[in-house]
Write a protein that binds this ligand. Structure first.
Ligand SMILES: NC(=O)c1ccc[n+]([C@@H]2O[C@H](COP(=O)([O-])OP(=O)(O)OC[C@H]3O[C@@H](n4cnc5c(N)ncnc54)[C@H](O)[C@@H]3O)[C@@H](O)[C@H]2O)c1
Length: 365
C-alpha cells in the first residue's frame, strides 16, 4: 500500500494577493503543496468559476508532462475525472454543496477549508452525507499540527502547570477565526464533551469575512463536562494579552503572548517551580518539512490506508462548529445553551435578517 498513488483535484484555486488575487489566501495552493509533499499524489484536475485562476494554478503547479484538466464547473469535473481525493477551497457558503457533491461522486477523501458552513444544519448535513458515502472528511484546523500549539498541549500533559482549570483565547470573530480557537481549546483538553455555552454578540457594521457575516464583538463562555471552562473573546476590544492562555492549578502557559516591548513569542510558561516566565524549547514539536498542511495530508493518507480517525476529522470540526452556533444561539435566547445543540439555522443570520442586530438595530439604538 505504501506506494499507492492518489489522483487529486482542487475546487477553488484562488490567486494570491500580488498575483492578481483578491483575498490573498489562495488556500488551494497550500492544499496542493500538502499533497505534493506526500510524494504520492498527482494533481489531475482543477475547478474554478474563474477559469484564469485554474489556468494560472495549472501553469505554476502542474506537471508539464501531465497537466491537470481545467474546469469551470466542478460538478462536470467530479463526473468526468472521478478523483480519489478532492480539496474544497472555496468560501464557506459553498463548502456544503461541494462536499456533498464530491461524496456523491465517489470521492474517497475530502479536505475542506474551514469554517464548515454558514449554518449548523449545513455543517451537520455535509458530515452525514460523507459518512453515508463511507468517505473521509477533514477540515483545515491545521493548527493542531503547528509547533506552538503542540508544545502548549505537551507542557499541559506533562503537568507543568498542574491540573487544567480553564482556557482563554482571543481573535477577530467567532466564525472565521474562532473556529480555530474553539478547535484549539478542544485540542488542548483532549476533545472532551462540552456541557453548556453562554454567549453574546454585538453586530453593528455587518462585516463580512470570506463572504460570511461576522459579529463586531463576541464572547463565548463554556464549560466542559469535567468542569474545565473555555472563554473566547472576539473583535476590536478582545485583547487578552496572548492568543491562547492555559490556566492551571500551578501556573500558566501562553501561546503568542505580546511582551512589554511589543514582541510576540511563540510560547511561554510559568509553571511549578518557575520564579518567572520561561520560553520552552519547541523544536521537537515542529510538524516536519512540509509544515502543518503537509502533516495533516500525511495523516489523512494514513487513515485512508490503515483506518482510524484523522486528527482534523469532521467529528472534531463539528465540535468546534457547534460552539460557534451555540454561542450565537445563547445570544438569541438570552440564556445558557445546553449541548447538544438542536437548531438548524444560524442565529446570527436570523437576528440580522430580523433587524435585531446590525445596522437596523444600530439605527434604532
Ligand atoms: N485554514 C486557514 O488557516 C485558512 C486561512 C485563510 C483562509 N481560509 C479559508 O479558506 C477558504 C478559501 O479562502 P481563500 O482566501 O483561499 O479564497 P480565494 O478567494 O483565494 O479562492 C477561492 C476560489 O474559489 C473560486 N470559486 C468561487 N466560486 C466557485 C465555484 N462555484 N466553483 C469553483 N470555484 C469557485 C474563486 O474564483 C477563487 O478562485 C475560506 O473558507 C477561508 O475561510 C483558511
Amino acid at each position: 500500500m505504501a506506494d499507492r498513488r492518489y489522483r487529486v483535484a482542487i475546487i477553488g484555486c484562488g490567486r494570491p494577493r500580488g498575483a492578481g488575487g483578491e483575498t490573498g489566501a489562495a488556500r488551494g495552493i497550500q492544499h496542493w503543496h500538502g499533497y505534493r509533499a506526500s510524494g504520492r499524489c498527482d494533481l489531475v484536475a482543477l475547478a474554478d468559476i474563474r477559469r484564469e485562476n485554474a489556468v494560472a494554478f495549472a501553469a505554476e503547479e502542474g506537471d508539464p508532462a501531465s497537466p491537470p484538466a481545467v474546469y469551470e464547473d466542478y460538478r462536470a469535473m467530479l463526473a468526468e475525472v472521478r478523483p480519489d481525493i478532492v480539496s474544497v477551497c472555496t468560501w464557506p457558503s459553498l463548502h456544503a454543496e461541494m462536499v456533498v457533491a464530491a461524496a456523491a461522486a465517489g470521492v474517497r477523501a475530502i479536505h475542506c477549508e474551514k469554517p464548515m458552513a454558514p449554518t449548523w444544519g449545513e455543517a451537520r448535513r455535509m458530515a452525514e452525507a460523507v459518512r453515508a458515502a463511507g468517505a473521509l472528511l477533514i477540515f483545515t484546523h491545521q493548527r493542531r499540527f503547528e509547533a506552538q500549539f503542540r508544545a502548549a498541549r505537551r507542557l499541559l500533559r506533562e503537568g507543568v502547570i498542574g491540573e487544567l482549570v480553564g482556557m482563554e483565547c482571543c481573535c477577530s470573530n467567532l466564525f472565521d477565526w474562532g473556529t480555530h480557537w474553539f478547535d484549539m481549546m478542544n485540542f488542548y483538553h483532549g476533545d472532551r464533551d462540552v456541557q453548556w455555552v453562554m454567549g453574546q454578540i454585538d453586530l453593528r457594521e455587518g462585516r463580512r469575512v470570506f463572504g460570511a457575516l461576522v459579529e463586531d464583538q463576541g464572547l463565548s463562555y463554556f464549560r466542559y463536562t469535567d468542569g474545565v471552562w473555555g472563554l473566547l473573546a472576539t473583535g476590536s476590544g478582545a485583547n487578552l494579552g496572548a492568543a491562547n492562555r492555559l490556566i492551571g492549578t500551578e501556573g500558566l502557559i501562553e501561546v503568542g503572548p505580546r511582551l512589554a516591548d511589543g514582541q510576540r513569542v511563540a510560547v511561554r510558561v510559568r509553571g511549578r517551580g518557575d520564579v518567572d516566565w520561561r520560553v520552552p524549547d519547541i523544536s521537537g514539536d515542529r510538524p516536519g518539512e512540509g509544515g502543518a498542511v503537509a502533516a495533516a495530508t500525511a495523516d489523512l493518507l494514513r487513515c485512508l490506508e490503515q483506518g482510524g480517525d484523522p486528527e482534523l476529522s469532521v467529528t472534531r470540526a463539528l465540535r468546534a462548529t457547534e460552539l460557534i452556533f451555540a454561542t450565537y444561539e445563547s445570544a438569541r435566547r438570552r440564556a445558557r445553551v445546553d449541548l447538544p445543540l438542536h437548531i438548524d439555522d444560524s442565529p446570527l443570520l436570523d437576528l440580522f435578517e430580523r433587524g435585531e442586530i446590525g445596522q437596523a438595530a444600530g439605527a434604532r439604538g
